[in-house]
Design a protein around this ligand. Structure first.
Ligand SMILES: [Zn+2]
Length: 632
């Protein structure tokens, strides 16, 4: 997914040891994967919008790893478990024919953990069979963490909308399963909705399916649980290429299809560099504005924030990012959340390569420099243990510890290898890596062993293992990091400096500037500006009314820091219509720095809250109503 902004670290910084820890073990799952492994899921889901509930039956096909095992342990959170049965076959009666039936099995839910939820422990008799099938009848609770139920008021078409956000450990809040990325399973699903609503999943979707309320999905490739996704809404479809298209509510469908028209070119660019796209179709689902992420790489169906539909393709790097996940993450992914840099760092690197190939080096270099600036800002705030790529997340919520480190530091690590070994060798290495580990989840250590064998040892004397370890296990940036540069920001610096010295804004200033140049123009302003300076900028460039959510975000930061009242009306509208965490959390943080700002933050949050995703509510609550003052 795209970065969420740096949040929640303070309240989740629980006691941590400094000793090394098992690289294989997933500290965020109860599943006993050394005894049973889920290989396939059959879901039957009835979406009951009026009571914000999914009534589900999940049949789990299991590989029995340990014949002596007598329990299977699954992950759940906010689930009501109604019944558990096991598939059994027996020779029945005089006919001597095999008959299949379902046998009830005893189960219990373990103690609730605020981060992990509750283990579902199911008793199974020991068996020599290599596979088992169990079936769980369950219901979700209305405040299930991974589900957002939007009422008509909160969507463009005034129809209800439901979507899931399973990464990192949200799948267990709508399906009882082994919620660890180590386990990959194929799935099939039948979804029942109100007539007129369309359901889509991270699977084979049929855009021609009639919206009659019954939908069938097949995901033939094994995916980790965090990539199981569902959305239900008043969705229409528009084809944008031979294997690409857009699902969206009608009001934004055409604009989105235009914005994402280059998706096929992006796929081809990436295929040329890193090998075939292996997921058949690549469609984009445009989410309601409350979607907390920029994008989520659900296979075959990326979920994307509508805040990147600007009209000029200026923010489509989010699409390049999610598409790159079709290789990094979805095809070869992290085995535990400690290894998430294998997803995000590789993806950021590939995003840059795609942007270069499709939109040119200048665009990619500006985005890379802006990324480095965000990374530096995060590094300045993070304690050393959280500046390493292979981060220790024990006792912490992996959904709350996303920073720029796995993304931008990961990207810089790959840039470093790229520059040291040369593009030809490095691209061949990455292609080989994706082939070798295709449809597998790996640890940092497995990657390092592969890297040593296939790059460091193959071309000796270029990079040492110690240098690699410094990138992966040490805080900060190594001194020999290869940092991105761009010439595109020089005229921007000159214009800003001249204006700050009191020179009038030249008429031509900003003509033809890219969105990234405007973001940099505003982002590098001194923190204190006068009201007349802000008024001068706004009069000339109309920042308050900017249709570009990123430029508006940079502007509102200045507006808040300097309490520039004329823009507060639009700021409030922005905060109440957008739920993307990366865009709104820093604005709430800025408001909370002053007493009058805190009053605005609390009032606006109270108004905006019903429209935010539960995850966003939690994050903004931590900013606006810090724990010691929380009323609940
Ligand atoms: Zn990502």
């Amino acid at each position: 997914m795209t970065r969420k902004g740096l949040l929640g670290l303070a309240c989740l910084a629980l006691a941590m040891g400094t000793s090394s820890f098992g690289a294989e073990r997933d500290y965020h799952s109860y599943a006993n994967v050394d005894q049973f492994r889920v290989t396939h899921l059959e879901l039957n889901l009835r979406v009951e919008t009026w009571r914000k509930t999914i009534v589900g039956v999940a049949a789990l096909e299991l590989k029995r790893v340990d014949p002596r095992a007598t329990q299977i342990v699954l992950d759940t959170k906010d689930l009501m478990i109604l019944d558990v049965t096991q598939k059994a076959t027996d020779v029945v009666g005089a006919t001597g024919k095999n008959q299949t039936f379902w046998v009830s099995r005893p189960f219990y839910l373990g103690k609730e953990d605020p981060i992990l939820g509750r283990a579902l422990v199911i008793e199974l008799p020991p068996s020599r069979r290599t596979t088992e099938t169990i079936k769980i009848d369950y219901e979700t609770l209305p405040d299930s963490h991974a589900l957002q139920w939007l009422t008509g008021k909160q969507t463009a078409r005034h129809k209800d909308f439901l979507y899931t956000e399973s990464e990192p450990i949200g799948a267990r809040t709508w399906i009882p399963l082994q919620d660890t990325p180590q386990v990959r399973a194929t799935y099939k699903a039948q979804v029942h909705t109100e007539r007129g609503m369309r359901a889509v999943m991270s699977a084979e979707n049929d855009p021609t399916a009639k919206p009659n309320g019954d939908y069938t999905f097949v995901m033939p490739q094994p995916v980790p649980s965090y990539l199981i996704a569902l959305a239900v809404g008043d969705l229409e479809f528009l084809q944008t290429g031979p294997r690409t298209g857009v699902y969206a509510e009608k009001s934004i469908l055409k604009a989105a299809a235009k914005e994402f028209a280059d998706t096929e070119s992006m796929i081809q660019a990436n295929e040329k560099m890193f090998g075939p796209y292996r997921w058949a179709r690549y469609d984009i689902l445009v989410m309601p504005p409350s979607f907390p992420q920029g994008g989520m790489e659900n296979p075959r169906l990326t979920f994307i924030t509508p805040t990147v539909v600007v009209g000029d393709k200026s923010l489509v790097s989010v699409t390049a990012h999610e598409l790159a996940h079709s290789w990094a993450g979805n095809l070869v992914g992290n085995a535990t959340w400690r290894d998430v840099w294998l997803n995000e760092g590789f993806t950021d690197y590939m995003e840059s390569r795609i942007m270069s190939a499709v939109y040119g080096d200048e665009r990619a270099s500006m985005e890379a420099v802006l990324g480095l600036k965000s990374l530096r800002a995060d590094l300045a705030k993070l304690k050393p243990a959280d500046q390493v790529l292979a981060i220790d997340l024990r006792d912490r919520d992996p959904g709350e510890v996303f920073s720029e480190v796995p993304y931008e530091k990961g990207r810089l690590f790959l840039n470093y290898l790229d520059s040291k070994f040369g593009r030809e060798r490095f691209d061949a290495f990455l292609r080989g890596y994706f082939d070798h580990f295709a449809f597998k989840s790996i640890t940092t250590e497995e990657f390092l062993a592969y890297l040593q064998e296939n790059l460091l040892d193959r071309f000796p004397g270029v990079v040492t293992l110690d240098q690699v370890h410094a990138w992966v296990f040490s805080p900060g940036l190594p001194a020999d990091a290869v940092l991105p540069v761009t010439a595109m920001f020089q005229p921007v610096d000159e214009s800003r400096d001249a204006w700050l010295l009191g020179k009038p804004l030249p008429k031509q200033m900003g003509m033809g500037w890219a969105a990234q140049q405007w973001m940099y123009f505003l982002g590098q302003m001194p923190p204190t500006l006068s009201s007349s300076q802000l008024a001068d900028l706004d009069k000339n460039f109309g920042f308050t009314k900017s249709p570009n959510a990123e430029i508006a975000h940079s502007w509102f930061k200045l507006v808040i820091a300097n309490q520039y009242q004329p823009a507060y009306g639009r700021l409030e509208e922005y905060l109440t219509t957008i739920g993307r965490r990366k865009l709104i959390a820093p604005l709430y943080e800025g408001l909370m720095k002053t007493a009058p700002g805190a009053v605005v933050a609390k009032r606006v949050f109270a108004k905006a809250r019903p429209g935010y995703h539960p995850e966003t509510v939690k994050a903004i609550e931590a900013i606006v109503e810090p724990k010691e003052e929380a009323s609940e």
